[in-house]
Design a protein around this ligand. Structure first.
Ligand SMILES: NC(=O)c1ccc[n+]([C@@H]2O[C@H](COP(=O)([O-])OP(=O)(O)OC[C@H]3O[C@@H](n4cnc5c(N)ncnc54)[C@H](O)[C@@H]3O)[C@@H](O)[C@H]2O)c1
Length: 440
């Protein structure tokens, strides 16, 4: 099948590469010429395990191409995926300008039947808006070219995106016309060979499914974070509580880890956007989600709170080693990362920081810039030199079993503030390290 993917970011590039990998002829479009230049020269603009090899393999096989040429992109695919960003607007609602610009481009240039697929996370009702925008462009051209609009939200997780796309739990297709459903079924059949994973719904339900999924996951995190803070005050261990409730199959173990707040490009903006859509479009106040968001904002300050309680509100002259910058392991994505809040708080209180991350340092440099108070280390151990404490922000695998003797030796005082509960408190404290974790 001929497929165009509009927007070559985390979702667009992964979708394009995976669709090419099963034999489709894929053209990825982006408005950012630098991204396309990197891809055309054999590089890859983001870190995502397994993606670089897959991109290279499919470029070499002639199944995956990149362009900034909108007309070429619209002309190429019968199926046109819209996978552009939907960042939060100033008021918290999803900014739809990129999605609608992509839709208008299709309407302006299409000459034959297209299935336009909303893959970006978009508010309920967007499929109708995309349809209206394309119809408007066709009307202005005085043509009546047929097209369908499908809502096909993406559930991949950064850090495991290739695997998630190749082996999806479910494929949600929101559509009302048979021709489009038939094409989507054919496109996705290579990804569901063991059993049917396609869930066909109307477009509005498909759009809401995506928000509901992210809102539920964010809720579990904020719930556990609140209980962790409570456990700490009551002298209970949240890790024991987690295991005690996770064993109930109605609850399950997944996504019950307390930490220093959720970040990333999805949960914060999607929770905000759902709250906003509900109140603006339906007059409904989503009380649970408002609390989820407030609890998360507070949780992002939990590490700096522990640090100032331990070292005092004025951190002038204090230096901290920070392990982990990305919002979660196996990605270089820094959007809404808890590390950003922590660094802000520490620098504002007068401290200096040396940070280490296995892959996100270049992105941190881009986002935070070079500052006197903030340095980056090449290795985790290099970051420790002369620090008053080690603060763990992202649970990269390489932090799970560190050399505690070296940590003790290099820190000015052996204090470890762990935002991800990586270690057994009794063991670490037994080594003479002061260990401040979450809810333990
Ligand atoms: N990142 C994730 O883990 C994830 C998972 C599921 C769903 N989503 C959703 O998918 C969408 C994309 O997210 P992302 O993380 O891939 O974003 P991203 O910012 O990494 O990529 C978006 C890309 O679209 C390009 N773009 C913008 N306007 C364009 C246009 N008119 N034509 C062509 N290209 C254009 C941008 O230059 C950028 O490269 C969002 O709605 C997001 O919520 C993201």
């Amino acid at each position: 099948m001929k497929v165009t993917v509009i927007g070559t970011g985390y979702v667009g590039l992964v979708s394009g590469a995976c669709l090419a990998d099963v034999g489709n002829d894929v053209l990825c479009l982006d408005v950012n010429p630098e991204k396309i230049r990197i891809l055309e020269s054999g590089g890859i603009p983001i870190y995502e395990p397994g993606l670089e090899e897959m991109v290279k393999r499919n470029v070499a096989a002639g199944r995956l191409h990149f362009t900034t040429d909108v007309a070429r992109a619209v002309n190429h695919g019968t199926i046109q995926f819209i996978a552009v960003g939907t960042p939060p607007d100033e008021d918290g609602s999803a900014d739809m300008q990129y999605v609608l610009a992509a839709a208008r481009n299709i309407g302006r240039l299409m000459t034959d039947y297209k299935v336009v697929v909303d893959k970006s996370t978009v508010p309920v009702g967007t499929a109708d808006e995309v349809k209206a925008a394309i119809e408007d462009e066709l009307r202005q051209r005085g043509v009546n070219t047929p097209f369908s609009v499908v809502s096909n939200p993406e559930f991949l997780k950064e850090g495991a995106a290739v695997d998630d796309f190749m082996r999806p739990d479910r494929i949600v297709v929101g559509a009302s016309d048979e021709q489009a459903i038939h094409l989507m079924r054919a496109l996705y059949s290579p990804f569901q060979r063991s059993h049917e994973r396609l869930v066909v719904t109307d477009t509005r339900s498909a759009e809401l499914i995506k928000y509901a999924a992210n809102a539920m996951l964010a809720t579990r995190i904020s719930f556990m974070n609140e209980l962790a803070n409570l456990a700490e005050k009551l002298g209970a261990d949240i890790e024991m509580v987690r295991q005690g409730i996770g064993s109930d199959p109605r609850i399950g173990y997944h996504f019950l880890y307390p930490g220093c707040g959720y970040g990333g490009s999805c949960f914060p903006k999607d929770v905000k956007a759902l709250i906003k859509t509900a109140s603006d479009k339906a007059g409904v106040e989503l009380q649970v989600l408002k609390a989820v968001e407030a609890a998360n904002d507070a949780q992002k300050r939990v590490l700096s709170g522990k640090i100032t309680r331990r070292f005092g509100a004025n951190l002038a002259g204090r230096h901290f080693a920070l392990w982990g910058l990305a919002f979660k392991p196996n990605t270089d994505d820094m959007r809404e990362a808890p590390s950003l809040t922590l660094i802000d708080d520490l620098l504002a209180a007068g401290a200096t920081v040396t940070a280490y991350d296995p892959v996100a340092t270049h992105e941190a440099r881009r986002v935070l810039g070079e500052r006197d108070q903030l340095r980056y280390a090449e290795t985790p151990n290099e970051a420790l030199h002369g620090a008053d404490a080690l603060v763990i922000v992202t649970e990269w695998k390489e932090f799970r079993s560190p050399d505690f003797d070296l940590i003790k030796e290099r820190l000015k005082q052996p204090v470890v503030v762990d935002g991800r509960n990586l270690y057994d408190p009794a063991f670490v404290r037994g080594l003479g390290i002061e260990y401040l974790a979450i809810g333990r």
